[in-house]
Structures are given as structure tokens and as C-alpha cells.
Design a binder for this molecule. Structure first.
Ligand SMILES: [Fe+2]
Length: 228
């Protein structure tokens, strides 16, 4: 349907705002019948985390809820591998954003854009890995503090570093992820978890290999104007 344009009718003059005569009990003090109303309340029930029962599922456990044709041991092994891959992927994603912000020098513009592109690609991988973990019946690691404990990628300093140092850190991180990709893909194949094998080979491995290529070329010392 076409939108009504401003030309269709002159704006009506604004009616004077009605004087607000709030009742004495304007604030809803509880979840019950404020202002004498009965029936369902629109008041949110807050702070339920403080008296929550046991969690629905503990981290590290794997449920067999979804009928996907994989046995418990296969799921457990895949979930453990994928949580490692998820933590490492979150870490390299965040390294790309750190370096996107902090890069300096003559290659600033190229690297600034490239780092952000790689950040977005790693972010997409994170969602695929985490959702695969949930499909397998596991619990995906999610919060930064937990990721810091699980990842095997060395923690970079908070400081701003030269572009070649940034690139070297990224290449080290890619190498860690890619070695795991080869190991985990083989193990998923051996256990019959084809979906996990496919995710690792087709998405995680291919993306990381491509990014290694693009980033590596920034630390090749070639002449800019005259061949030597
Ligand atoms: Fe940005």
C-alpha cells in the first residue's frame, strides 16, 4: 500500500495536552492488581535469576533430545571439539576488531578494511559453530570470560602494536585454528558426524585459509616502485 504523503491533508492543529491527573498510586508496586484492576498484570516479573532453580542443562553435558542419528559418544566428542573451535574463533574475531581500530601506518586503509571484513566472516562462523553445538545437544560457550579460559590462542596485549606485529599475531592464531581444523575434521569423519566434518572443512577451514592468504601478503617485503 502506498504511503500517505504530507501533501494529502494539512496537518491538524495540535490539541492542547490534557492535564495529567495521575492517581495517588501511579507506580505499580507489585505484580498484582495495581489501581484496583484484577486479572492478568502487565508488570514484568523481574530478578528471577536470584531464586532460579537448577539450570536447564549444565555446560559440558550433551542431551539426546534431537533425533539426528548420532550416538551419545559421537555427540559428546563433537561438542567438545566445537567448543574449542568456538572459543578460538571468538578470540580471532575479536583480535581482528582490535587491530581494525588500532592499526597505523601507510597500509592503514587497506588493513583497516580488510581486518573488518575478516571480523565479519569470523563472526558468521561463530554462529554456525555455536548452533551446530546446540543441534548436537551440547551447550555453546558464549561469554568473554569463559572464552578466555577455553581458547588456546595467546592473549595479545592491550597496547597498540605495529601492523607487521598485528599480522604476525593473526597468522599465529589462524595456524592454531587450522591445525585443529585438520585434527577435528578427521575425528568427526571417523565417528560418523558428517555435518560437523562438513562445517569444519567447508566453512571454518576454507575461510581461515583464505584469510591467511590475504593477511600474509602484507608482511612480504617487496619493492613498491622500482624492481630490485
Ligand atoms: Fe569500524
Amino acid at each position: 500500500m502506498a504511503k500517505t504523503t504530507a501533501k494529502s491533508a494539512p496537518a491538524a492543529p495540535k490539541a492542547p495536552a490534557a492535564k495529567k491527573t495521575a492517581p495517588a498510586s501511579d507506580t505499580v508496586a507489585d505484580n498484582g492488581s495495581a489501581n484496583g484492576r484484577s486479572g492478568p498484570s502487565v508488570q514484568p516479573i523481574l530478578n528471577q535469576q536470584f531464586n532460579a532453580p537448577a539450570p536447564l542443562q549444565k555446560y559440558g553435558t550433551v542431551s539426546q533430545r534431537l533425533p539426528i542419528g548420532l550416538d551419545a559418544n559421537t555427540r559428546q566428542e563433537s561438542v567438545e571439539m566445537l567448543n574449542q573451535m568456538l572459543a578460538d574463533t571468538c578470540t580471532i574475531r575479536d583480535m581482528y576488531k582490535k587491530h581494525h581500530w588500532q592499526v597505523v601506518g601507510p597500509t592503514f586503509y587497506q588493513l583497516h578494511l580488510l581486518y573488518d571484513k575478516h571480523y565479519e566472516e569470523q563472526d558468521a562462523l561463530i554462529d554456525m559453530i555455536a548452533e551446530r553445538i546446540q543441534i548436537l545437544g551440547g551447550v555453546a560457550v558464549a561469554m568473554a570470560a569463559d572464552i578466555a579460559e577455553v581458547t588456546s590462542i595467546p592473549r595479545p596485549p592491550r597496547d597498540r602494536e605495529e601492523a607487521p606485529v598485528q599480522v604476525s599475531r593473526l597468522l599465529e592464531a589462524h595456524q592454531i585454528i587450522l591445525k585443529n581444523c585438520h585434527d577435528f575434521a578427521k575425528r568427526a569423519d571417523d565417528s560418523g558426524d558428517d555435518g560437523t566434518n562438513d562445517l569444519i572443512v567447508s566453512n571454518v577451514m576454507r575461510t581461515n585459509e583464505m584469510q591467511v592468504w590475504f593477511v600474509s601478503e602484507h608482511v612480504v617485503d617487496t619493492p613498491l616502485a622500482r624492481a630490485e
